[in-house]
Design a protein around this ligand. Structure first.
Ligand code: ADP
Ligand code: MG
Length: 314
């Protein structure tokens, strides 16, 4: 197809003409999803960059298809940004029981708008799930350990997630969570220890380690810091009155405005941290504090945290 003049390519790939090569053999490539078989069911959520929608993928058109979560970029101004293709490539390369499964892509008209197709997790993110359930502490710790397992795998592939937070952890059922949203994930080359971001962008500052705020440096220990904040969110059951932004704003005397970052850095330098959640076991409080050590080298690894959670839960 690539050899044909553009006019033919457009003709072959036009969604209304039933002759695209992969459609002649619908089972040929299970990771190719055709837009016209995707039936919208409902919106699932959106973050800074993407919008996620639940679709029924139903090629036989009899309602027997499978439910899939489809992520699309929010602002589609014609071209596909490089970071978006990276997110797809990264998710495609990951296989772990605590990481959301990649299913495929949906490409429109000769490779223009690409949507990411992933498995649908019926209970949404921890942010939607936790406030509704009365989860006991052992169950919270089980989720925390599963997040560590997914993260240990991610780090073993030399990726830093950079956006670990309850909103980016998805719930399959009452005993299984998976990490989703690899939109900010970056590869750290062998021999290097951190990734430095150039663009300042919209960053989840209240989940960020002190060195991220000061120097834009991201490393494996910076994910550990964000995990500490995620653990805090889990133990406060994602109660918005105790959310990390709410709590940090309470600690600031002059809230909001452009100075937020600088004040936050000052707070953290004075060793101020999020409060200990109610009913949080003492050993877990200690782990949380270790995750928030100002020295990245002193923070635990995900492997260490997994062992600790196993011991505490026993
Ligand atoms: P963004 O990159 O814009 O932050 P996310 O990938 O985090 O987008 O998705 C935004 C929201 O959509 C999530 O917080 C969650 O509520 C919902 N969501 C994302 N992926 C799925 C999925 N596979 N199944 C169910 N809900 C999902
Ligand atoms: Mg997100």
């Amino acid at each position: 197809l690539r050899e044909l003049p553009e006019i033919y390519t457009a003709f072959f790939l036009h969604p209304d003409l039933d002759i695209s090569p992969s459609e002649t053999f619908p089972d040929a490539d299970p990771s190719v999803f055709h837009k016209r078989y995707l039936k919208k069911m409902r919106d699932l959520g959106e973050g800074h960059f993407g919008k996620v929608t639940l679709y029924l993928y139903d090629p036989s058109n009899d309602g027997t298809g499978e439910r899939v979560a489809v992520k699309a970029l929010k602002q589609e101004n014609g071209h596909v940004p490089e970071g978006w293709m990276k997110e797809i490539e990264i998710l495609k390369s990951l296989y772990h029981s605590n990481i959301v499964k990649y299913k495929g892509c949906c490409t429109e008209l000769g490779g223009q708008v690409v949507q990411l197709i992933m498995e649908y997790l019926p209970l949404g993110s921890l942010r939607e799930y936790l406030p509704k359930r009365k989860l006991c502490v052992p169950q919270c710790l089980m989720f925390a350990q599963q997040i560590c397992q997914g993260m240990e795998y991610l780090h073993s592939k030399r990726y830093v997630h950079r956006d670990l937070a309850a909103r980016n952890v998805l719930v399959e059922n009452d005993s299984l969570v998976k990490i989703g949203d690899f939109g900010l994930t970056k590869y750290i080359p062998e021999g290097e220890i951190y990734y430095r971001v150039r663009e300042d962008g919209d960053s989840p500052v209240f989940w960020y380690a002190i060195e991220c705020l000061k120097e834009n440096k991201f490393s494996f220990p910076t994910d550990i810091w964000s995990f500490g904040v995620t653990l805090y969110e889990i133990l406060t059951r994602c109660d918005h009155r105790q959310s990390p932004p709410t709590k940090f704003f309470e600690m600031m005397e002059t809230p909001h405005g452009q100075m937020t970052m600088l004040i936050l850095i000052k707070l953290l330098e004075k060793r101020l941290r999020l409060p200990c959640p109610k009913e949080c076991p003492h050993e877990v409080k200690t782990l949380m504090e270790q995750c928030w050590d100002e020295d990245p080298a002193k923070r635990p690894t995900f492997g260490f945290l997994i062992e600790k959670f196993e011991a505490i839960r026993r």
